[in-house]
Design a binder for this molecule. Sequence first.
Ligand code: FAD
Length: 306
Amino acid sequence: GQIGQSVFRSLILSAAKSPRIQAMAGRHGLKAGADRFVAGESLNDALNVLDRLHGEGMRTYVIALGEAVHTREGADAAARIYERLIPDVARNGQGTTFSIKLTHLGIEADRDLALRHARRIVSLAAEHSAFVRLDMEHSAVVDETLAIYRALRGDGLDNTGVVLQAYLHRSMDDLIGLLPLEPNIRVVKGAYLEPPGVALQRKTHVDVAYRQLVRTALTYAKFTAVATHDASAIRAAMADARKNDSDFEFQMLYGVGHALARQIVAHGHAVRICVPFGQDWFVYFTRRLAERPSNVLFVVRNLGRR
Ligand code: FAD
């Protein structure tokens, strides 16, 4: 039940920090099951997945995997990936958008460096009429992520958006604070391990908070990305959006909820799929495992087969 699920989440998310487990994953590579959630290690792998999804009537966004970068060289390297990625992907003319993680751009080491990189990436995207969202990460970087979003919008960069996590106690206040900017907001439940002082712990409570945050965004934000695989939250959002004549889309992760995404598209609603690629897939993969206990059995079975 509830307690089992949160113990499971903390076990997986803590185990993922172990160097031994990371080494084991490295040996088995994407074949250990990560290829269910990650397009591949190269940009070409990502481009192939994008084509396939567009063929099915889906919208897409791309993220270059990587986070928790604490050196200037690492942050510069991440920025260079995006500088190549954006023109290459924009060429497909399919309206693919992008996400960046500010810890990938070194925000934990040097806030100004991350801001400079983000500004350059979002400006480059603007030249290609592309949109870049700042992903939301663990709670220690929420203030600075929102500050960088405000700084970019203050520079006149309107092709950017942010993410709010329903499990954080602060998120409704953050949403209300952002409304004067006419923001483009992705609403998610939240994927990190956070303490009770900061975040709701019970799944049922997070589900209720998610519906409230989505409804408020659909009513007042400029654009809302309803990012979930939760069918009942999706139904509720469709009803709220109809009532408010909202500008919105659904978003899902590559490898999760594909049948549901197809149903939504068949109903005439837009679904944008997150397509992650790159060599630093391990931490992303463990967050996907922590979201559903049966995913771990699936990986263990794959390891056993090799
Ligand atoms: P849940 O109630 O957890 O899941 C609903 C159903 O979906 C489950 O019953 C199950 O059938 C299925 N499901 C969900 N996850 C999985 C999985 N991993 N494997 C198999 N089935 C699954 N989080 C952040 O903290 N910051 C972000 O910037 C962020 N961006 C995101 C962008 C997108 C497009 C999406 C879809 C999610 C993002 N998340 C982000 C993750 C989010 O916070 C949740 O951890 C994740 O979406 C799982 O919650 P859920 O809303 O799908 O609801």
